[in-house]
Design a protein around this ligand. Structure first.
Ligand code: DQQ
Length: 540
């Protein structure tokens, strides 16, 4: 199957076949992780009859696929069951709020609950007799009103939930409140409005600790936390998040972001590559907040039909508020390390200017690789005019071809032996007046000799401390996906690659340095990754 399916992953979450998109209702419940997702049971493209497929796991890495959990059956969802979220109500009762596409193709919000709470896998779900519980309020388009978040309790004891929406060109996040989870009243003040963006999808809202990497339950509201609002834009397929202050106990219930959404590259993102419709949940087994996200294909629709599948989920990430309070940090969940197989290490190797070193002895098509680079004296970094500090400009061909000083250096993943095919994940350091910045790129332009693929160069910029001596890069390479974590999870870029030559045993991994200054591989560890286990269970 591998040579017929060179792009099917080994350790990323995938259904056995067909189209998958958004993560839905992730939760941990009584020893089991549940993962639901948007799924088309009829084929490898987005469908007319979208359902919630369901899988369960003990470790978020190895999975059992169950029967579809929520499917179109009633007037309120007859044309599809779209995205939604889990809330665990008092008394350990999980419920799902989800969007139904009704008979008129309006988007409405429905509730589903497990049929049998003593079934450890919660296989069957039943719908609330009063569905839909919410229909589009004033100033929201009936066909653009979707994706209820996990609910939280405010200081007044009422439940709250937010829903993505649109009115004309305005993106909206709408707040609803309820005493009993059945009757929901819309708040007249939208939770967020963004001009000129179009619809907001899959809003997510949760607290993060100021002084801890631990996660916290969604209803926490006190001075030990800040709040994060994540929004997804259909128009650009980009997820952004805002960090700010939330107060539920005043007449004017409000989330006040520290920085407003600006529509520029300054807006915060979880990931600067392909990473969309993300959703987090609080994992109370390990006191952490975990992020799931859909990583779509960047090949053609026809390719997807031929493969018989489309869509991946990123490896779940633990995330937390950085010490600066200005951004979130992310790291692949520790359970992934169980799949690490034979290890290869390189220590104290100097990479002279224009040099390349192959990481040998691993299965380079499925690797987890971590490198710590030792930097030369930052004083020598290229000087950049502040007006040029734009990742899109800096990663353009014209700029990238200018010879660097400190960098670009990094990894060449899913590379052919002669490196004509390669995905380059790099760092390049610049000085801007009196501060230093790092440009991180995931350059897909040479990722495949095949035509008709999206070969975007993804890039982001982050500030670095002038006293830093080292910088780290971790990449999760898995046949057609590369998830890269720069500087300990400060900057993340996920990309898809469909190499023509660099598949299976013909894939190679290199470390390289194209800067005029040498860099040192202080430590590199790479592990061939074992295949995650996916079992299938069918009740019928
Ligand atoms: N996908 C779902 C919608 C959501 C969109 C439909 C985001 O609920 O808005 O599959 O990718």
């Amino acid at each position: 199957i591998n040579s017929e399916q060179p792009y099917r992953t080994w350790y990323h979450f995938q259904p056995p076949k067909n189209w998958m998109n958004d993560p839905n209702g992730p939760m941990y419940y009584k020893g089991v992780y549940h993962f639901f997702y948007q799924y088309n049971p009829d084929g490898a493209t987005f469908g007319k009859n979208m359902v919630w497929a369901h899988s369960v796991s003990k470790d978020l890495i190895n999975w059992i696929h169950l029967n579809d959990a929520i499917t179109p059956t009633c007037a309120g969802d007859i044309n599809s069951c779209f995205s939604g979220s889990a809330t665990i109500l008092p008394g350990e009762k999980p419920v799902m709020l989800y969007t139904g596409i009704d008979e008129k193709r309006h988007q409405v919000q429905n509730l589903a609950t497990p049929k049998n709470l003593s079934d450890p896998y919660l296989r069957e779900w039943e719908k609330h007799p009063q569905n839909p519980l919410m229909t589009a309020p004033n100033e929201v388009e009936e066909r653009e009103f979707r994706d209820p978040s996990t609910a939280w309790k405010g200081k007044d004891g009422k439940w709250r939930v937010i829903i993505g929406a649109q009115n004309g060109d305005e993106g909206k996040v709408i707040l609803y409140k309820s005493d009993d989870f059945d009757t929901w009243i819309v708040d007249p003040n939208p939770f967020l409005v963004t001009e000129g963006t179009g619809v907001i999808e899959c809003p997510d809202f949760f607290p993060v600790y100021i002084n801890s990497t631990n996660g916290v339950d969604t209803s926490m509201e006190n001075s030990s936390v800040r709040h994060v609002l994540k929004i997804s834009y259909q128009r650009t397929h980009i997820d952004y998040y805002l960090i700010g202050k939330y107060v539920s106990d005043s007449d004017q219930e409000k989330f006040i972001p520290d920085e407003k959404y600006s529509g520029t590259w300054n807006d915060l993102r979880f990931d600067y590559g392909k990473f969309f419709a993300s959703k987090s949940f609080f994992d109370y087994a390990k006191n952490r907040r975990i992020l799931w996200a859909w990583v779509r294909e960047t090949d053609s629709r026809q390719d997807d039909i031929e493969k018989g599948w489309a869509g991946l989920q990123a490896i779940p990430r633990k995330f937390w508020l950085d010490k600066s309070g200005k951004q979130l940090m992310q790291w692949p969940i520790e359970e992934l390390e169980k799949l690490r197989d034979n290890q290869v290490s390189i220590t104290g190797e100097t990479l002279l200017t224009r040099s390349t070193l192959e990481v040998k002895g691993i299965t380079a098509s499925q690797v987890d690789v971590e490198v710590l680079f030792e930097l030369p004296d930052l004083e020598s970094a290229e000087l950049l005019d502040p007006s040029e500090v734009d990742p899109q400009v800096l990663s353009s061909e014209q700029y990238a071809s200018r010879k660097g000083v400190i960098g670009p250096f990094g990894l060449q993943a899913l590379a052919s032996e002669d490196q004509t095919e390669r995905t380059t994940i790099s760092f390049r350091i610049y000085r801007v007046v009196d501060r230093y910045i790092c440009l991180m790129c995931s350059d897909m332009s040479r990722s495949s000799l095949r035509q008709g693929l999206d070969k975007t160069i993804y890039a982001t910029i982050f500030d670095i401390d002038p006293s830093i001596k080292t910088i780290s890069l971790r990449s999760l390479i898995d046949r057609s996906i590369i998830e890269s974590f720069g500087d300990g999870g400060r900057a993340c870029i996920t990309s898809r690659a469909y190499p023509f030559y660099a598949i299976d045993r013909d894939a190679h991994l290199f470390v390289f340095n194209d800067g005029s200054q040498s860099v040192v591989i202080s430590q590199l560890n790479a592990w061939s990754m074992k295949q995650a286990e996916f079992g299938t269970e069918s009740i019928i």
